[in-house]
Design a protein around this ligand. Structure first.
Ligand code: ADP
Length: 550
């Protein structure tokens, strides 16, 4: 993607913020002009003391300078305020866009091993875009308007040759220098962002596996790996800082070369009576005090190439097509039957299911058994519209890939071996299944899942905060809370993916008893590699070599 296309896309992403961005830019232009005008009036005061008739009284000049100073102060505040207001509003807006995209791409996208990279995109990649919205758009526009006005002023008020010199040095510092730096730093920016994403993914992995790192005493190995990655990142940062320092040096050299050029040109122009020599002073002071917007441009590329790299990664995510296109239509269901015919499926090239067939009617319970890794969970995932498939899966006679996604999820629910509880109250953790559920409804499902007694004995009951990683409750309690959450949805077809495989036989029998008592209202498909957990099934299927046998 070319830079211009990227900029256009970044601007399009935030077109609803156009009016407030314009306001911030106008604010910045007036503010910067005020600041330069303070120096200009100081110069005019000085040359008027030296005998040049500037057409304004000295007292008036001083009053104007004071007024401009006050206005500049107020505008500076509003400029900073509006730029940051815009940036954070925009970042929030972009995060919404990304979450919406991830929702469409999920669950297949989230099943992959890119969680760290996704985390990086939602956090630091988006954060990096702040540079573009708060520190690029307005500085560029401000520089064009403010420094354009200065070139005109110097050309008209002093001499057009001086105006031309000022223009050349503005372009050198504000356009050529940033362009050259950008070109040199471009490749580094993208590799740094990718490096950072990889580093974050690894760190996230390490945090998740911290217990196993401790248990296997492999701390040293992980620290060493992490140090290597950090060294790479530090090397890049060092290069970046060196570039920033060098840029500052070049900027200063160019500014003073410009000033010397003005003095020399002014000397010759006044020698040949083409301008008053005192006006050299005016041009010089205005020129030197007008560089703030231009130096802001010179400092852009060091961060801008990273911003563009982040934007590229972000647009790549936003352009991704979902593996399974959700349907939103009138093809609704009210579960009565499921018929699977000649179902085949492969992950990339690995064939998992070969022409499998089974059916289930409302009120029945079936179990699918087989060793670990044979493809049992894959069947459940296909029923939940995770992936496209070959063959036919029909619910109420309607092909699964044509059924309205929301209607499917209202009818079917999945209960897995590892319930995730959020770092929130117990009540909110159950309520995510039905946000408007009353406490009575929550208590009813807690009782059904045989976890009510445990909850009512807690000091804060439903208000108990579940700590991160659910460390304040046991695995069995966690699964029973998970069951309560699932039951709150009142699914017509419940898919159970080894929900009791990680817990003790006491908790397993509680969950199985609950499921057995609910059998008449709920159709069940259970998956297990344990005999004990399929005792409630009416029919049992075995999955072997990709094929299903009753
Ligand atoms: P089971 O539930 O019987 O233990 P799964 O259905 O989870 O088995 O997995 C079947 C096979 O497919 C395994 O070899 C597993 O590694 C592979 N697999 C599972 N999910 C994915 C995926 N998202 N991408 C690629 N391979 C996968």
């Amino acid at each position: 993607m070319s830079k211009f296309k990227l900029i256009a896309k970044l601007l399009k992403l935030v077109k609803s913020f156009r009016s407030i961005i314009s306001l911030a830019v106008i604010n910045g232009i007036i503010g910067n002009l005020c600041s330069i005008c303070i120096s200009l009036f100081a110069a005019l005061g000085l040359v008027s003391i030296m005998g040049y008739d500037v057409g304004i009284n000295l007292i008036v000049i001083i009053v104007i300078m004071i007024v401009l100073g006050v206005i500049r102060g107020a505008l500076r505040y509003f400029e900073q305020y509006s730029n940051h207001y815009i940036a954070f509003k925009i970042l929030a807006h972009i995060r919404h866009v990304i979450y919406e995209k991830l929702r469409v791409l999920a669950p297949a996208k989230l099943e992959t091993k890119e969680k760290g990279a996704i985390t990086n995109q939602i956090t630091s990649d988006v954060e990096t875009l702040e540079v573009f919205y708060a520190h690029t758009i307005s500085p560029v526009l401000i520089a064009i308007f403010v420094n354009g006005s200065i070139v005109l002023f110097i050309s008209i008020y002093t001499n057009f040759v001086l105006g031309l010199i000022v223009l050349v040095f503005y372009l050198l510092v504000g356009v050529l220098l940033p362009y050259l730096i950008y070109e040199r730093a471009k490749k580094d920016g993208l590799s740094y962002r990718n490096m950072l994403a990889k580093y974050n993914a690894k760190t996230l992995d390490m945090i998740r596996g911290r217990k196993d790192i401790l248990l296997t005493n492999s701390k040293e190995l992980f620290i060493k790996n992490s140090e290597c990655d950090t060294k790479e990142l530090v090397n890049y940062k060092r290069k970046n800082i060196m570039r920033t320092i060098m840029t500052r040096g070049y900027v200063d050299v160019f500014i003073y070369l410009g000033a010397i050029s003005i003095i020399i040109a002014g000397y010759f122009l006044s020698k040949y009576h083409l301008m008053n020599p005192l006006l050299i002073l005016v041009a010089l002071i205005v020129y030197l005090s007008s560089f703030a917007p231009i130096t802001a441009l010179a400092n852009l590329p060091a961060n801008l190439n990273q911003t563009f790299a982040s934007a590229k990664r972000l647009f790549a995510l936003l352009n991704e097509k979902p593996i399974f296109e959700e349907k939103h239509n009138d093809n609704k269901i009210d579960f009565t039957s499921l018929d699977v015919n000649n179902l085949s499926f492969a992950y990339e090239n690995e064939v998992i299911l070969k022409n499998i067939n089974f059916s289930i009617k409302k009120g029945e319970a079936i179990a699918i058994v087989g060793p670990s890794g044979i493809g049992k969970s894959t069947i459940i995932k296909l029923l939940m519209q995770f992936y496209p498939y070959n063959g036919s899966i029909k619910i109420d006679g309607k092909e699964l890939d044509q059924i309205d996604h929301n209607s499917l999820y209202e009818n079917i629910c999945m209960f897995t071996q590892n319930t995730y509880l959020f770092n929130d109250t117990l009540r909110n953790n159950i309520k995510i299944a039905k946000p408007n559920a009353s406490d009575d409804e929550i208590i009813e499902v807690l009782k059904q899942a045989s976890i009510y007694e445990f909850v009512s004995n807690l000091e804060n009951g439903l208000d108990t905060i579940i700590k991160e990683d659910s460390i304040n409750i046991s695995l069995g309690e966690k699964q029973r809370l998970g069951l309560a959450r699932v039951l709150l949805r009142k699914p017509k077809l419940l898919l159970l993916d080894e929900p009791t495989s990680n817990i003790d036989s006491f908790n397993e029998s509680i969950i199985l008893n609950t499921l057995e008592s609910l059998k008449k209202d709920m159709t069940l498909i259970m998956i297990s590699h344990r005999k004990s957990s399929i005792r409630i099934a009416d029919r049992i299927y075995t999955l072997k070599d990709g094929m299903l046998y009753e």
